[in-house]
Design a protein. Sequence first.
Length: 325
Amino acid sequence: MRFSGLVENEILKFTRQRRFRVVVLILVALIGLIVFAQSRSRERFAKKDWHVETQERMARIQNWLRDGRMPASSQRWARFELDRLRYHLDRDIDPEAVSGPLFARGFANAASYLLLPLLAIVFASDVVSAEFAQGTIKLLLTRPVGRARVLASKAAALALAITLTVVFGGLVAYVFGGIAYGYGGWGAPVLAGFRVAGERLDPAAVRVIPLWQDAILAYGLAWFASLCVGAIALLTSVLLRSTAAAMGTMLAALIAGTILPRLASSWESQRFLFVTALPLPDYYSGSPPPIPGLTLGLGAAVLAAWALAALVAAFAVFVRRDVLA
């Protein structure tokens, strides 16, 4: 049987599952709710000059820093945000200007940490475990096709499902954002290249690029992070014959990744955990990392190493596993 036929068969399994429609509904409902809440919030401050609002934000951040009660990780963010706002103010560029394209671009940052990886887990957690749960694994492996090709077809279909999810999320964010803020502005200049040197903003690498290019870079990083999570979730699906156990394991890992940097920011070794490296679009945008020393390059390398190791382990286990046990 041709490999393309195996992949097509796996894609049909994805599309026929109820969870595929659930993922679509989650993206539509969640993005619609965010747009509605954000547009209502901005209506309250629509008459306020952005120069004044930016200066007030800077004053509040300075007061927080003088207070001295902020944790170290929050202080790094505050100093960066203060310098970022000052940079925009000096160049007369509204740091919070919103349009449909800008909202879609911001969705890449907001969703890369939890939402998109979570949806990748929804697809990946039962790729193999469901075959055991439904008893179809024996029938599947009776085909005259090597086990490695069977798992490779599942991995390819999973990658396609994750890719379509990221693309669909971006399109929905643009459509809903355009309804609220207008569809024009993809060519708008965007300041990119912000980075932190120590605890301060380093403007040396800041450059102006069109918004469409900035959005492609951000979504590319979010897609890469989601693919890596999908690869790790595929391993749990191979190791654990229960879909609930595979999904629970990955959910626990994601939740731990949101808690650890806040409770143990001094533990620098956690920068080598895949969950800490997930918000790659944030690191690209210049947001201070939760752990000192965590850069965009290191985060991408960590995710790639985890994903590659997970795929190697998944193939090694799947090829040798006794399905009758």
